[in-house]
Design a protein around this ligand. Sequence first.
Ligand code: MRU
Length: 330
Amino acid sequence: MRTIDWVDGAVELIDQTALPDRLSTLRLETVEELADAIGRLAVRGAPALGVAGALGVALAARRHGSDPEALAAAVRRLATARPTAVNLALGVHRAAGRLPDGPDAVLAEALAVRDEEIAASEAMARLGADLLLELCGDRPRLLTHCNTGGLATVVGGTALGAVLELHRRGVLDSVVASETRPLLQGARLTAWELDRAGVDFRVAVDGAGPFLMARGEVDAVVLGADRICANGDTVNKIGSYAHALGARRAGIPFVVVAPESTVDLATATGAEVQIEDRGTAEVLTRPDGASVGPAGTRAANPAFDVTPHDLITAIVTDRRVIRLDRGERL
Ligand code: MRU
């Protein structure tokens, strides 16, 4: 099952807002529909966003092939649908580079982005699993944050791909999935993927992570990235930084697994990255629609944070393992 694909002239993707209650598919035929799906996280996760952006340009090329202004507007709309994950703009601009060659060439490029992400997931799972065994020994107890599985890629995953590879090899002990406030990618999506795979797992509130580490219940933290800067600073889902601080204090490895497409050498440090702020409603609205706080309460809701490179043990991509703890650099 693929999270996102091109099917009979349209983009089809798993609606991640409906999980874990319902496994349903959205069929999107216009750039506006796709950009809206990206904005409300029906499709999410850096590699999946790269594929979505590229396929979105293929939609635009078919519909507006002979209208340069409409094409430019579509490219802008897609590339800016979310600001933080470098993969989205990268996928959009890669496919847009083929616009002069016509819609078929654009689609071929978008499908190449998709296929490269699939191959990258397989490679990362192997390299990530090998490194985790090297760092922790057999039967590690791992903590992961947000969702970095097949739902965040096309199939397989990044950090969760490595975790699932350990499970397939029969050498994984258990997983703590950090719930990932406020949209619960951990409690809803990672839990769904781990459950389907038959992994022994628990969900913990985000704030419990560092304490579980301090209490000796976690052997390593493994998570993904939305952008890895030239100096190794890693931008990922809000809460990642707190887990990195907890891991350092507990003396356990903190490992980032992400494809080369997430490495952004044009951005020197995390301080230069635009962090998406998503507003008050998703933090302070209860499932029944009522407000959590007193009327008028405002929320701070940065969707991502920056983990400084000196808190990261290693970055694993589809091509290499960079041991930041040993002074290696990107
Ligand atoms: O807001 P989201 O759900 O798109 O954020 C996703 C993450 O932060 C993931 O950890 C990251 O994209 C890596 S996914 C392989």
